[in-house]
Design a protein around this ligand. Structure first.
Ligand code: AMP
Length: 304
C-alpha cells in the first residue's frame, strides 16, 4: 500500500515575468506545487503557513484533491510569503527580484497525528531551520527527500548542512550543487555531496533533463519531456519532486535503483505539465492518466 507523504514548504503569492507576460501575485509556493503533483500518486499532508490574505476557497480545493490542509497554519494578521522572479529570454535562468518572507519569519510548525504518521517526508524549499523541526516531528518517516535553493545555501548554511545529513535523497539543480560544494565540476560536486549524508543525489538541469548519482557510483541521465509550449517554468522543480516522491511512496523498496529511475521519469513528466501555463493552472487540469501516458511515451523515447 502506498505511504502517505508529509510535505513542508511554502504556500505563496508569486509575481512572475517570463517572455510571455507578467503575472502579479498568483498562487504558488514550493509545497503547493509539490502537493498538486504528488497527490496523483498518494495522499499528501501539507504543512505550511499562510496569511489572512490567502484565499480560503483554494484550501478547500486542495482538500478535494486529497491533500490534507489541517497542518496549514493561518496567521490572520500576517501576509502570505511573496516571491518575485524574472526569467531570461530562453527561460533557462531566472533572477529573484524579491523574497518577502512575511509570515514565515515567525513560523513554528506543529503537526497533527496524520502528519506524524506519514511514511515519507518531503522537505520542500523553505528555511532549513524549519526543515530541521519537521524532521524531528516526522516520527514515522522512513524516507526523507529534500529540496533547497541558493537563497538558503548562502543564507542558512549551518542549519542546511544538518538537514542534508539527515536526508536520503537530495534534489537540487546544477548551479546549487556547485554552490553547495564549491566544486565547478559537477561529478566532483555530487561525489562530495554523498559524503554529507544522502545516498542519492538528483541534479535538475532544466530543459536538458536530470541525472541521478547513487552512492554506489551509479549514474543515470534522462532528458526533459519535449514540450513546445513553455509559458512559465515556475514550480517545475517542485513538481518534478512531487512526481518523483509520489511514485516512490507507492514502492515497496523506494531506494531500489530501478524504482528511482522510474521515479525520475514521473518527476520529469509532472514538470512537463507545469510549464504549459502560468502558475498552477496546467497542473490543476492534469490527471494520473495524463501522467501515465507521458510516462510511457518518455520511456519509449529513452529505450535502446
Ligand atoms: P521552482 O520553480 O520549482 O524552484 O519553485 C518556485 C516556487 O518556490 C515559487 O512558487 C516560489 O513561491 C517558491 N519560492 C521561491 N523562493 C523561495 C524560498 N526562498 N523559499 C521557499 N520557497 C520559495
Amino acid at each position: 500500500m502506498a505511504k502517505n507523504i508529509l510535505v513542508s514548504g511554502t504556500m505563496a503569492f508569486d509575481t512572475l515575468e517570463t517572455p510571455f507576460g507578467k503575472k502579479e501575485k498568483i498562487l504558488g509556493g514550493s509545497a503547493n506545487y509539490f502537493s498538486l503533483a504528488a497527490s496523483l500518486f498518494t495522499r499528501v499532508e501539507l504543512s505550511a503557513i499562510v496569511g489572512g490574505d490567502f484565499p480560503g476557497e483554494y484550501l478547500e480545493y486542495l482538500n478535494q484533491k486529497g491533500i490534507g490542509t489541517a497542518n496549514i497554519e493561518i496567521s490572520g494578521a500576517g501576509l502570505t510569503f511573496h516571491w518575485e522572479g524574472k526569467y531570461s529570454d530562453d527561460m533557462n535562468s531566472r533572477d529573484t527580484i524579491a523574497t518577502h518572507l512575511n509570515v514565515l519569519l515567525d513560523y513554528n510548525p506543529s503537526f497533527n497525528r496524520d502528519a506524524k504518521k506519514c511514511g515519507v517526508l518531503f522537505l520542500a524549499n523553505i528555511d532549513p531551520e524549519i526543515q530541521l523541526k519537521v524532521i524531528d516531528s516526522a516520527e514515522a518517516a522512513e524516507l526523507v527527500i529534500t529540496d533547497t535553493m541558493d537563497f538558503w545555501i548562502s543564507g542558512k548554511r549551518e542549519a542546511l548542512d544538518r538537514v542534508i545529513a539527515k536526508t536520503d535523497v537530495l534534489i537540487i539543480n546544477e548551479h546549487e550543487a556547485r554552490q553547495l560544494t564549491g566544486k565547478s565540476n559537477i561529478f566532483t560536486a555530487v561525489e562530495e555531496i554523498v559524503k554529507y549524508g544522502p545516498k542519492v543525489i538528483i541534479i535538475k538541469r532544466g530543459e536538458y533533463g536530470a541525472f541521478m548519482y547513487h552512492k554506489k557510483k551509479n549514474l543515470f541521465y534522462i532528458p526533459a519531456y519535449p514540450v513546445k509550449e513553455v509559458f512559465d517554468p515556475t514550480g517545475a522543480g517542485d513538481t518534478f519532486a512531487g512526481g518523483f516522491t509520489g511514485y516512490l511512496a507507492t514502492c515497496r523498496e523506494p531506494l531500489d535503483l530501478k524504482e528511482i529511475k522510474k521515479a525520475m521519469l514521473y518527476g520529469t513528466v509532472m514538470a512537463s505539465f507545469t510549464v504549459n501555463d502560468f502558475g498552477v493552472e496546467a497542473l490543476k487540469k492534469t490527471s494520473r492518466k495524463d501522467a501515465d501516458k507521458r510516462f510511457e511515451h518518455l520511456m519509449s523515447m529513452i529505450e535502446i
